[in-house]
Design a protein around this ligand. Structure first.
Ligand SMILES: [Zn+2]
Length: 252
């Protein structure tokens, strides 16, 4: 009953062996993989993959830094594409704010993110958030919304922000790099299991550095969460699966 709530299987890294990658995921017990798009082109690939593999559930996004390079018309058609496909998607993402390269585009990124938040409210879908060097700004903008289903993917913000996320009853998805990341171990230690999900961000963020990540490795994250929470592996995967059902499989 494992779930990977964030992967990019449309990536070239999987072009030669995607079938095997999916088989390995199924073999360790992965039931769902949320495949996240970044722009119009990858969003189309995400929908195709979801048609081909029933384990894949599509999430369509506008990646924050890429979106600033779009014209207004292009942005609107990207958002419209998500709107038009609302009945086939499980979430909107990845979306958010990214100030890793500086704040020159901050105002524009905030305007785009606000449009995305409005869209999530309009079509009633969970939001999967990317928030690099912009964690507080993301949390703040989302706190001003009425959204109840928000998932922070690979969240690197501080523990005050983690608590604000938990207080809103939102979710943090934990990747397998928890094996070597004190930050993610700390999140799991400090946050109720009711606010945790698991992800891989495949092909990125593999537990051994500079190797390819894949959805089967989500099992490693569950094992580590179980250890920290003093639960069995079964209990942990069941509780996380319950969270997954509440966020993604139930109607708003
Ligand atoms: Zn990602």
């Amino acid at each position: 009953m494992l779930v990977d709530t964030h992967a990019h299987l449309h990536s070239d890294a999987f072009k030669d062996d995607l079938n095997e990658v999916i088989e390995r995921a199924k073999k360790v017990g992965v039931l769902y993989i949320i495949e996240a798009g970044l722009d119009l082109e990858t969003n189309k690939k995400v929908l195709e993959l979801a048609k081909k593999f029933s384990i894949i559930k599509p999430s369509l996004g506008v990646y924050p830094t890429d979106a600033t390079k779009l014209t207004n018309e292009e942005l609107e058609s990207s958002l419209n594409f998500i709107r038009q496909n609302k009945d086939s998607i499980i979430a909107i993402g990845e979306v958010g704010l990214d100030f890793n390269e500086g704040r020159e585009t901050e105002k524009q990124q905030r305007e785009i993110f606000q449009k995305v938040i409005n869209l999530a409210q309009e079509i009633k879908k969970p939001l999967i958030i990317h928030s690099r060097k912009a964690e507080e700004e993301c949390v703040q903008m989302l706190e001003s919304s009425t959204l109840k289903k928000v998932i922070f993917h690979c969240f690197n913000g501080n523990f005050k922000l983690v608590k604000r996320i938990e207080n809103k009853n939102w979710f943090l998805s934990i990747p397998p790099i928890i094996l070597r990341s004190l930050h993610f171990q700390g999140i799991v230690n400090n946050v109720s299991i009711e606010n945790l999900l698991t992800e891989t961000d495949s092909p990125y963020l593999a537990p051994p550095p500079k190797t390819r990540n894949e959805p089967a490795f989500v099992k490693l994250a569950v094992e580590r969460i179980a250890e920290i929470k003093n639960l069995t592996f079964e209990e942990t995967q069941n509780l996380i699966f319950k969270n997954f059902q509440n966020v993604f499989l139930k109607q708003f």
